[in-house]
Design a protein around this ligand. Structure first.
Ligand code: CP3
Length: 341
């Protein structure tokens, strides 16, 4: 049976467009908060295939989205490279920061897939229960975005630690990026082997890079991942999401070879339609704050995205992850408006 999202990734326009939301499994759902409590820590939830599969399926049951996204996190890759990751409640991720070359020379250069085995088991479990029209999406963080957390040891407003590291010792940063390219590619290949239909590469921090660094740290590593994955999984469908890429997005699409471009909420829609959707399907891009606000502002945001993109291959989504404070009724309002039901 056809999966609408895969049709779109193959270049078809669907009416209404298929829809899923970044971070659709998470804290805005009361049923998520119950399981999160039960699991203990966030990573205990991620590495428990039974509970992680359940969390992956929760938003599908509640809203009937067209894709389920594997419940995991981009920071399981550093974990599998030997850099301990913890999530302090209300504080986000914490890692031992990488201050210099010797710090990351202590990490292993290949991911330990036994650490990630529960994630692959989650994929197999979800796959076996998902309705046939619903796609299962895997994901990883792009090397640049993952490196920003590895270097800073936490989230920062501007990822200055990684940017400074890359300026001060570009050769060392290159080695770290090489490790992450290989790790991410092999992680995605295993996800495909376990049953995902497509994957998304999240480059959340791409937009803070000046153009030359954007080419070096965002485009080049992503292109290598796309090539390496397709070598082992011919025809693998890959969505790239370089948040904040702006005018560099057409170049990102052309040079990385991704199958579709995730659009953030900041991009000019006419530009994205004319310069990006002309060559690949697009996904996005309602402002998560418009969804949080609801009412007329939400209706207008939904209509604007539909008018700009629904004539071509388009996957409806937000321009970044759904915010934990988002009322469930607003998600329902948005789906009704998209689907006209
Ligand atoms: O989309 C989905 O529903 C799948 C699950 C998913 C999570 N994280 C679960 C999560 C995905 C795809 C991610 C990606 C991710 N993780 C990114 C890239 C996309 C983005 O949102 O920018 C990044 C940068 C991270 C790293 C990360 N994980 C941060 C900075 C934080 C803390 C801040 C926050 O948003 O909570 C996390 C924690 C995290 N990852 C939670 C969830 C549901 C919340 C943890 C909790 O329940 O306490």
């Amino acid at each position: 049976m056809n999966k609408p999202i895969i049709d779109v990734l193959n270049g078809s326009a669907r009416k209404p467009p298929p829809v899923w939301l970044m971070r659709q499994a998470g804290r805005y759902l009361p049923e998520y908060r119950v399981l999160r409590e039960k699991a203990g820590s966030f990573l205990d939830l991620v590495f428990n295939p039974e509970l992680a599969a359940e969390v992956t399926l929760q938003p599908i049951r509640r809203f009937g989205f067209d894709a389920a996204i594997l419940f995991s996190d981009i920071l399981v890759v550093p974990q599998a490279l030997g850099q301990a990751v913890t999530f302090a409640v209300g504080e986000g991720p914490l890692l031992d920061p990488i201050k210099d070359r010797t710090d990351f020379e202590r990490l292993t250069s290949h991911v330990d897939h036994t650490v990630l085995a529960p994630v692959y088991e989650t994929i197999r479990r979800v796959k076996s229960t998902l309705p046939p029209t619903v796609a299962l999406l895997g994901f990883c963080g792009a090397p640049w975005t993952v490196a920003t957390y590895m270097v800073a040891g936490r989230g920062t407003p501007d990822q200055a630690p990684a940017r400074l590291f890359a300026y001060r010792d570009a050769a060392a940063f290159d080695v770290l990026m090489d490790v992450l390219v290989e790790a991410s590619a092999s992680y995605l290949v295993r996800q495909f082997q376990a049953g995902v239909d497509a994957v998304q590469v999240f480059d959340t921090w791409a937009g803070i890079l000046p153009p030359e660094q954007f080419a070096r740290w965002c485009i080049a590593p992503t292109r290598r991942i796309v090539t390496m994955v397709r070598l082992q999984v011919p025809g693998a469908k890959i969505i790239g999401f370089p948040r904040g890429a702006g005018s560099l997005l057409p170049r990102y699409v052309a040079e990385t070879g991704v199958d579709a471009a995730g659009l953030d909420w900041m991009i000019d829609r006419t530009f994205a339609h004319e310069q990006v959707q002309c060559s690949v399907p697009v996904q996005g891009n309602v402002d998560p704050l418009a969804l949080l606000a609801g009412g007329g502002a939400l209706d207008r945001a939904v209509d604007a995205a539909m008018e700009a993109f629904a004539g071509g291959p388009f996957i409806f989504n937000l321009g970044h992850g759904i915010l934990p404070e988002t009322p469930i009724a607003h998600v329902e309002q948005m789906l009704k408006r998209i689907r006209g039901s």
